[in-house]
Design a protein around this ligand. Structure first.
Ligand SMILES: C[S@@+](CC[C@H](N)C(=O)[O-])C[C@H]1O[C@@H](n2cnc3c(N)ncnc32)[C@H](O)[C@@H]1O
Length: 359
């Protein structure tokens, strides 16, 4: 039997470079669970600002078992998440890592991203089976870590950009919201964006909707806790059928590409908007061509897209499956197919593109 090595000249150094890179990736894959573990057990919080700690000191402060904590710390040190001092046998969380791992209001906050990734991996065997047949796998079928991790990951970015940059980048929208506008936040998940807008614009009224009943229940609780439930309602509805008309603004945050029938949803948006209304579409940052997305951000998005977004769309009617790296041209096609006459990119960050569509 001939092997690849017989058929082509193999560069042994390149082969070993690839193998060692892959070993690093196995460490990174396992670290996804270790970051969630550190988050859940309060290990990062106990390390943050505490100076050098021994495994026994960290275990005592977190009411955990020293032997587990020592092994976890060594894995964290090997990955550059904590620093190890061999002389004292103590471990320190650098201040930058402390911000990214323990401050939920920082745009750099990471635990939600890891929690979503871990939830996606938990369902990966089912996705592999679905890939044999092309069957879908709905957002609602995923484990809770996907839903909660998504909220925890996206909220810091919305805190940083939505009120200060994205809404002001839309033509005349911030002024309408100040005066008092009617807003539909479609595919709202746990309602992080809805509640943030409601807090910023006390004269406006917000109608959130999502097809996932569990997420809608959480969004209602979050609105109560935030004290905005009087002006914020949440309904379980498909994007192609959410209730109400006469909206000044319809928003969709990171959900258009998850929908089976984004053109049908876009038509419904057009039918529910006032003639001078605005549709704001926030999508993952992406170039139109595959080769433009072959970078670390694109890699993460293509990974989530394979495990979450594409199966979610395929589970619904039409199953257009835009994917999380659809790019501006495909989003424009969806918007114009529904009869919108104006479309432009209004703002962007390294992770998101913000589009404005007008009837
Ligand atoms: C990635 S999550 C984003 C959630 C939320 N917008 C956020 O930014 O945190 C995608 C959301 O789209 C919702 N979704 C998917 N297909 C939908 C559809 N056809 N109609 C309404 N919601 C949908 C899912 O239930 C999920 O909450």
């Amino acid at each position: 039997m001939s092997t690849i090595e017989d058929a082509v000249a193999i560069d042994g150094d390149k082969l070993m470079q690839f193998v060692f890179r892959a070993v690093d990736e196995v460490g990174a894959t396992l670290n996804t669970a270790l970051v969630v573990m550190g988050d859940r057990l309060g290990l990062y919080h106990a390390l943050a600002g505490a100076g050098p700690l021994s495994p026994a000191e960290l275990a005592e402060r977190t009411s955990t078992a020293e032997r587990y904590v020592r092994e976890w710390l060594n894995a964290q040190a090997a990955g550059g998440y904590v620093e190890y001092d061999p002389d004292s046998g103590r471990y320190t969380l650098p201040p930058e890592q402390a911000v990214a791992l323990t401050e939920p209001d920082s745009p750099a906050y990471l635990p939600g991203l890891f929690q979503t990734a871990l939830g996606s991996l938990a369902d990966s065997a089912k996705i592999a089976e679905a890939a044999r047949t092309g069957a879908g796998f709905g957002w609602h079928e995923h484990v809770h870590d996907v839903h909660e991790g998504c909220e925890r990951f996206f909220r810091p970015g919305y805190n940083a950009h939505l009120i200060s940059d994205w809404l002001p980048a839309l033509d005349g929208v911030a002024a309408k919201l100040e005066r008092g506008a009617l807003v539909a936040d479609v595919g709202c998940g746990h309602g992080a964006s809805t509640i943030l807008m409601a807090q910023a614009f006390p004269n406006s009224t917000f109608a959130g909707s999502d097809y996932h009943d569990g997420s809608v229940g959480t969004a209602r609780r979050r609105a109560q806790q935030a004290g905005v439930a009087g002006r914020v309602s949440f309904e379980t509805a498909l994007a192609a059928a959410y209730p109400g008309t006469g909206y000044d603004l319809v928003t969709m945050f990171d959900c258009l590409h998850d929908m089976g029938d984004p053109v049908g949803a876009a038509r419904h948006v057009r039918g529910t908007l006032k003639p001078d209304g605005t549709w704001m579409i926030v999508e993952p940052h992406a170039g139109d061509r595959v080769e433009e997305n072959l970078n670390p951000v694109g890699r993460a998005y293509y990974g989530f897209s394979t495990l979450l977004c594409t199966p979610a769309s395929l589970s619904q009617e039409v199953g257009l499956a835009l994917g999380a790296q659809a790019g501006e041209a495909r989003i424009r096609d969806v918007v114009t197919a529904a009869g919108f006459t104006r479309f432009r990119r209004a703002a962007e960050t390294p992770f998101n593109a913000v589009f404005e569509a007008r009837p």
